[in-house]
Design a binder for this molecule. Structure first.
Ligand code: S0N
Length: 319
């Protein structure tokens, strides 16, 4: 990197982050299915799906909690970037909890079927701050003994798998950026387990990897290693597991140095065409927000309050 880049942008700090757990403001209690944290003095929030025994499959409750945490992170003006990840060693998220899938959707406490993950997808897509999927995995140590003439040689090997599959794969695709550990695994399982996401799960994928590859991913329901996912354009970067959070924080800090309004407008602009009227509404809302801050926008409101005619004649009609 050249010197003038550093002069303008400075170094990205590399000190470790201190996480503070945040409570569920709605219930005043701790979250159950997720962990919600904010990095002290950083502008970073982290939402961790906390059902490792189910490979972080989500049930309606999990999704409700994620929606509340994302809402909090949106409303908290000290937060500029949000990380989504999964707890434990085996998965980012394995999609909807298949044990709870009934004829009318996923059912937990109140016996009503829901597909509320669709609301979460829309929320992430429209949230005016960058959301980064941090696709985690970790090492599982297996060992095997091989007898030989002289001795028992213990052969140890690592099997590494952090799954972002099914509805969990869709969640990472909906996020603005994805940073993956080098042995994370990606894929759709729908056609194997009798489900499909024909919404964002199909259209965003097609945008990311192209229509042919998207058909392959859905029709074949294969799994792809992180390196392959990076080649396909599914993820932004792949890093060794031990650097995953550090690298993700580095990306967050780099974005946090930039103009929040620029990031906000760019996010809605990048989504606008694909999201149709709602995409346009988000982008248009950003334009209104910026217009409110101008003297010209303010003149109309001030004139109304002062019970006089607005004077827009002084404002340039720019080419
Ligand atoms: C993730 C996989 C590949 C991990 O394999 P591994 O490491 O061999 O572990 P397992 O032994 O298979 O699993 C360990 C324990 O975790 C449970 N478990 C794993 N995934 C799920 C899950 N999704 N739901 C419930 N339980 C899960 C296992 O049962 C096991 O438990 P124990 O130890 O008690 O036996 C592998 O686990 C895997 O392939 N998992 C299933 C992935 C999958 O098919 N997910 C669902 C795909 N569909 C969706 O996500 C739909 C999403 C959705 O909501 C939606 C959205 C839009 C439109 C429609 C839908 C819709 O629902 O249809």
């Amino acid at each position: 990197m050249n010197n003038s880049y550093h002069r303008i942008h400075g170094e990205v700090p590399s000190h470790p982050v201190v996480w503070r757990t945040a409570r569920d403001e709605d219930s005043g209690k701790d979250f159950v299915d997720i962990i919600y944290e904010k990095a002290v003095g950083e502008g970073i929030a982290k939402i961790t799906i906390n059902r490792p025994e189910r490979r972080n499959a989500f049930r309606p409750q999990t999704v409700k909690e994620m929606i509340r945490a994302f809402d909090d992170a949106r409303d908290d003006s000290s937060i500029g970037v949000i990380i989504l990840t999964g707890k434990g060693s085996k998965a980012f998220c394995s999609g909807g909890d298949q044990a709870l899938r009934k004829a009318d959707g996923y059912v937990d406490y109140d016996n009503f079927g829901r597909l509320n993950v669709l609301d979460l997808q829309v929320q992430i897509r429209r949230l005016p701050k960058p959301v980064i999927a941090m696709v985690n995995c970790s090492l599982t140590l297996y060992s095997a003994s091989i007898s030989c003439l002289l001795d028992n040689i213990v052969v140890m090997f690592f099997q590494v798998a952090g799954y972002a599959v099914g509805g969990g794969h869709v969640l990472h695709m909906v996020c603005d950026l994805t940073i993956a550990a080098d042995n994370a695994i990606f894929g759709q399982t729908g056609p194997k387990v009798g489900s499909f996401d024909a919404g964002y799960g199909s259209s965003i994928m097609s945008r990311l990897v192209g229509p042919k590859k998207a058909r392959e991913m859905w029709f074949m329901a294969r799994f792809y290693a992180a390196a392959e996912a990076e080649k396909m354009g599914l993820v932004n970067t792949v890093v060794p597991l031990e650097n995953l959070e550090q690298e993700t924080i580095k990306w967050c800090r780099e974005m946090l140095k930039n103009s929040p309004t620029a990031l906000r407008v760019l996010k809605s602009a990048l989504n606008a065409v694909d999201d149709g009227h709602t995409g346009l509404q988000q982008l248009a809302g950003d334009a209104t927000l910026i217009f409110y801050g101008t003297e010209e926008g303010n003149e109309g409101k001030t004139a109304f309050i002062e019970r006089r005619r607005p004077n827009f004649s002084k404002f340039a009609r720019r080419p």
